[in-house]
Ligand binder design. Structure first.
Ligand SMILES: NC(=O)c1ccc[n+]([C@@H]2O[C@H](COP(=O)([O-])OP(=O)(O)OC[C@H]3O[C@@H](n4cnc5c(N)ncnc54)[C@H](OP(=O)(O)O)[C@@H]3O)[C@@H](O)[C@H]2O)c1
Length: 323
């Protein structure tokens, strides 16, 4: 009798309404793979792109007309149940991420181990919440090459990427000003921000201080608006292409200017996982968790994440007896 599991399933691209939690066979273990009992995963902004197939460029990786992975997901933390991969064995705790989608919104997943790493010594929810936003935040900060003693402003410090970026910049020895929503101020101060601007009552582009770096983690501002709070020699980085895709061509235009724009294309997921594992084990990175859902509530989790209002990360806890 084939073992079954619960998983978030969809046949077509669309909003959360296309998702169903179905009972499916537990995946087969193929050569070189590990079979993982998923204990925690997240619903993040990249998951929203995998679900909707938007932006369209995503479909080059997820399937042009229909999703190649009917089960959604991009990250996980869990326990290896069976292994056919060297260096990995049953009982080991692991975590991992793939920005083009892996079927981890499910109780079990079988994966090759290219983006799987032994888990740091933290709870499953924390390891899962570290992956997606941590990967992008690490790539953005790494590209900027910040040095201890420099100053940075992070716009959208209340979001997944922004709250991770703030901590990585503090870890690198920078003085950081964080921009977030009023009700997030205390949490963001708790992550080590040197000063906090509540964007509901203050326009951060009118700040009297100037910065070596402006990181627009939510991609809601523009280089032209931030230049007056940037030092004569400074860098602006955004997580979004911006109006008319300006953050894609401004890097070229400002390549030899004192005030430059960078738009890094995140890469090297194993490198990011290793970096995140190190900081988590040293307790130097605390992924913010906004709320935790069960797998049955996956559509609701997608609706909340897609609203763009989450504070940090949205987790799904699995394989837990809630009785
Ligand atoms: N370039 C890439 O490779 C890449 C990869 C992944 C994600 N992204 C993009 O990066 C952006 C951030 O991702 P994320 O996961 O960090 O998003 P997120 O967690 O969903 O960010 C939402 C947070 O940002 C805050 N926010 C929204 N508008 C703001 C503003 N104008 N000023 C300050 N805070 C504001 C929201 O607060 P409110 O509720 O107050 O609005 C909320 O707390 C998204 O647009 C995402 O699509 C880019």
């Amino acid at each position: 009798m084939k073992r079954t599991m619960h998983a978030a399933f969809r046949q077509d691209y669309g909003g959360p309404e296309v998702l169903r939690v179905l009972e499916l066979p537990v995946p087969e273990l193929k050569a070189g793979q590990v079979l993982i009992k998923v204990m925690a995963t997240t619903v993040n902004r990249t998951d929203c792109a995998v679900l909707t197939g938007k932006p369209a460029i995503m479909r080059l990786f997820t399937g042009l007309r229909r999703p190649s992975n009917p089960v959604t997901g991009t990250d996980f933390a869990g326990i290896i149940e069976r292994s056919d991969a060297p260096g990995f064995s049953a009982g080991q705790k692991v975590f991992g991420f793939l920005d083009t989608g892996i079927p981890t919104h499910a109780e079990f997943v079988a994966l090759d181990t290219s983006n799987v790493l032994q888990m740091p010594d933290v709870p499953f929810e924390v390891a899962a919440a570290a992956c997606e936003a941590g990967h992008y935040a690490y790539n953005f900060t790494k590209a900027a090459k910040p040095r201890s003693g420099q100053t940075a402003l992070v716009n959208g410090a209340g979001g997944g990427i922004g709250s991770a970026m703030l901590q990585f910049l503090k870890h690198a020895g920078l003085t950081v000003t964080a921009v977030c929503r009023g009700d997030q101020v205390e949490k963001i101060q708790g992550l080590g921000a040197d000063s906090v601007i509540n964007y509901e009552s203050e326009d951060f582009t009118k700040d009297s201080r100037t910065y070596d770096f402006v990181f627009d983690a939510v991609g809601k501002s523009r280089f032209c608006l931030c230049r007056k709070i940037m030092k004569a020699k400074a860098m602006y980085l955004s997580s979004e292409p911006g109006p008319y895709g300006e953050n894609l061509w401004l890097p070229l235009l400002t390549r030899f200017s004192a005030q430059r724009v960078l738009f890094p294309f995140p890469a090297d997921i194993p490198g990011s996982l290793a970096f995140l594992k190190g900081l988590l084990n040293e307790r130097k990175f605390k992924p913010l968790i906004d709320r935790t859902y069960t797998l049955d509530q996956v559509a609701e989790a997608f609706r909340y994440t897609a609203s763009g209002q989450k504070t940090g990360n949205v987790v799904i806890a699995l394989n837990r007896s809630f009785t």
